[in-house]
Design a binder for this molecule. Structure first.
Ligand SMILES: [Zn+2]
Length: 103
């Protein structure tokens, strides 16, 4: 999942954080918008989670890259492994995002 908040400047700002619930984020924090460098103060209640879209594609690319290093046969196997890994994680993505949003 990806964490984001609506910036005071109006931009949607994605956060890089391993937090699984709002309690794992600081209560208040300063954040600089990567789009226009505007700094603002935000509360963890301003943060929302969304399931990471394109998990299947991400898994496939990852598998493909791994396969690329191993040669042509690895590429085919890697692609298949990546696709099934992506499908499996996609289900849990939504559950994780919902859990965060309800925290
Ligand atoms: Zn902005």
């Amino acid at each position: 999942m990806r964490l984001y908040l609506q910036g005071q400047c109006g931009h949607k700002i994605y956060l890089t954080s391993p937090a699984q619930t709002r309690a794992e984020l600081p209560g208040w924090f300063q954040l600089q918008c990567p789009h226009d460098q505007q700094a603002g103060y935000y509360a963890n209640q301003n943060v929302f989670a969304e399931p990471e879209s394109g998990q299947t594609a991400g898994g496939a690319i990852l598998g493909g890259l791994v396969g690329l290093l191993a040669g042509p046969i690895g590429l085919i196997l890697g692609g298949a492994a990546g696709a099934s890994f992506g499908a499996a994680t996609e289900k849990t993505e939504l559950a994780r995002a919902n859990r965060f949003n309800e925290s």
